[in-house]
Design a protein around this ligand. Structure first.
Ligand code: KG4
Ligand code: ZN
Length: 360
């Protein structure tokens, strides 16, 4: 079976084609295979505005999506009529941007008379490590760190997600981006801040690590940007000379909290496997720290390939294909699409529950 995936939830238009065995011959060690993917990033488009402009994002998705579909078919040497189903990002994300992907997916589905499937963007991130040949095996603990979400999850299988803890305010990606802005770095900022941090001293400033020692697995990053702002103001003209130290100290605070909470989640669940997904999962300091801490504890850590950490079509095609393969969900020929700009991950299946950690 060939599944086309379309991602358009925010500032990247992504399209990909994966090949999967039909559900009837499902083998849990053989997951769908990526045939080709194509991506267009809108970062240059939004940079002059310091952040994503939703209307511009939607218009750009409209212009990019069909050429990207053509590019993916050409790269994989396949034709439109060979596609068996189309997965698209149904949410969460920007409503207008989501509607472009959903509209194109459903129109194409109707014209080809093939079923379509709305995919949860975070499930795409969560399952993106399955795009690697050395993929994880269920069950595992997942640390999902994207621009808008920071969650620790217990993942028993496709669609079986228990939220163990999450950010009560800003996401880790947001903390990177907001701090980056204070240091004069253009949106989105996370990657550039981490590059700047390489030449800085991570203990130059002692920034807060909220909830580090709390019993639960929740995060809080809003106080960090306030602390960075206060320090920037204090430095005044001296800020320029201290940018690298500020970047390194900010990154150290975020990484320490993410690592300690992940280790706590692994300990509380007695899991020996950790999956890290989402844009912040590309962060080198986070990877280095998790790798060394987990190695000491005999825990395997899986990451998506760097190119699949941030938004892309491959993760949506993959999540759709995995849902179909495991019969979590059947794609339908109901083309009266809708999108879910706000869509908590714990609503995607009935098996998803919010677990009270005290029960561990
Ligand atoms: O998962 P993603 O592409 O988008 C959402 O679904 O939100 O994540 C984007 C986030 C941004 O906040 C970006 O600054 C951050 O991931 N990011 C990084 C790095 N690369 C991307 N943050 C820290 N270090 C990086 N290397
Ligand atoms: Zn994302």
């Amino acid at each position: 079976m060939l599944i086309l995936g379309i991602e358009s939830s925010c500032d990247e238009t992504g399209v990909a084609l994966v090949e999967t065995a039909p559900a009837s011959s499902f083998d849990e060690n053989v997951w769908p295979k990526l045939l080709a993917q194509a991506l267009h990033s809108q970062i240059a488009l939004h940079t002059p505005y310091g952040g994503v402009v939703p209307e511009l994002a939607s218009r750009d998705h409209i212009q990019r999506v069909v050429p990207l579909i053509r590019a993916v078919l050409a790269k994989s040497n396949r034709e439109l009529k060979e596609i068996d189903a189309i997965a698209f990002t149904k949410g969460p994300g920007l409503a207008g941007a989501l509607l472009v992907g959903a509209g194109v997916a459903c129109a194409l589905g109707a014209s080809l008379n093939i079923p379509v499937l709305g995919v949860h963007h975070l499930e795409g991130h969560l399952l993106s490590p399955f795009l690697s040949s050395d993929h994880p095996r269920f069950p595992f603990v997942a640390l999902l760190v994207s621009g808008g979400h920071t969650q620790l999850m217990m993942v028993q299988g496709v669609g079986e997600y228990e939220i163990l803890g999450e950010s009560i305010d800003d996401a880790a990606g947001e903390a990177f981006d907001k701090s980056a802005k204070l240091l004069g770095i253009d949106y989105p900022g996370g990657r550039e801040l981490s590059e700047l941090a390489e030449s800085g001293n991570p203990v130059a400033y002692s920034f807060p690590r909220p909830l580090l020692h709390s019993k639960d697995l929740n995060f809080s990053f809003a106080g960090l940007k306030t602390a960075v702002l206060t320090q920037c103001k204090k430095l005044g003209d001296g800020l320029l000379a201290e940018r690298a130290n500020l970047a390194a100290s900010t990154q150290a605070a975020i990484v320490e909290v993410l690592v300690k909470k992940s280790l706590k989640a692994l300990e509380q669940t007695s899991m020996k496997s950790l999956v890290v997904a989402g844009g912040v999962g590309a962060n080198k300091a986070l990877r280095d720290s998790l790798n060394s801490e987990c190695k000491k504890r005999g825990i395997r850590v899986h990451y998506p390939e760097i190119e699949f950490c941030t938004d892309n079509g491959a993760m949506i095609a993959m999540a759709g294909a995995m849902r179909i393969q495991t019969q979590r969900e059947l794609p339908t020929k109901d083309y009266s699409f809708e999108v879910s700009p706000r869509w908590p991950l714990d609503q995607i299946t009935q098996s998803v529950v919010k677990r009270d950690l005290r029960s561990f």
